[in-house]
Design a protein. Structure first.
Length: 193
């Protein structure tokens, strides 16, 4: 029995839940999301209509046990997303690197021959706080916000993949809370041979 699956999802005010067959639709002030639930997992509202309850009809099945907690977590993320939203802060380290938004794309200048472009999804917004790096110490900073946690995370991962941080000087794109393990450079032997 999943400990996560047993917990009910509390519905904040302003969020509306629609259950139609296997589809669960959640709408709120930020937007609306929907998922198709796994057939053996039942989703229902409690008597007061303030909580979503997830039930597993086949507790012995392996995939049913896995989908029990997963369905509850997805529903919780949907409710949280349409009511409050999610954000991911990112930083770019490296001299001369910069970021800008242009024609629905995030344009990254990262020392390659051409600027890298990443298309911004409809559910995601990018807020650029510091557009260009200043030396190796002051990074360029931007925040990705959105109500769909999966799409926001995927977009952040695609942006980071353009130039992940390298271990010697730490140059590249990283999450603001990410710790980059650093390596020592080559040590040259002193003295003549």
């Amino acid at each position: 029995m999943s400990r996560i699956g047993k917990k009910p999802v509390i519905i904040p005010s302003g969020v509306k839940i629609e259950l139609a067959g296997q589809t669960v639709k959640v709408s709120g002030p930020k937007g609306s999301l929907e998922i198709k639930r796994y057939p053996a997992i039942n989703v229902k509202l409690d008597d007061s209509g303030k909580k979503i309850i997830v039930e597993n009809s086949k507790p012995d099945g392996r995939s049913e046990r896995a989908m029990y907690g997963t369905t509850r977590a997805l529903l919780n993320n949907m409710v949280k997303g349409v009511s409050k939203g999610f954000e991911r802060k990112m930083e770019i380290y490296g001299t001369g690197y910069n970021v800008k938004e242009q024609n629905g794309k995030l344009v990254l200048t990262l020392g390659f021959a051409h600027p890298a472009e990443v298309k911004i999804p409809k559910t995601v917004k990018v807020l650029i706080e510091i557009p260009a790096t200043k030396g190796n110490d002051t990074p360029a900073k931007f925040t990705i916000t959105g109500y769909d946690k999966q799409e926001l995370g995927q977009f952040a991962a695609e942006v980071r993949k353009v130039k992940p941080p390298e271990p010697y000087q730490g140059k590249g794109i990283r999450y603001a809370d990410e710790h980059v393990r650093r390596k020592a450079g080559k040590a040259f032997a002193s003295g003549a041979a």
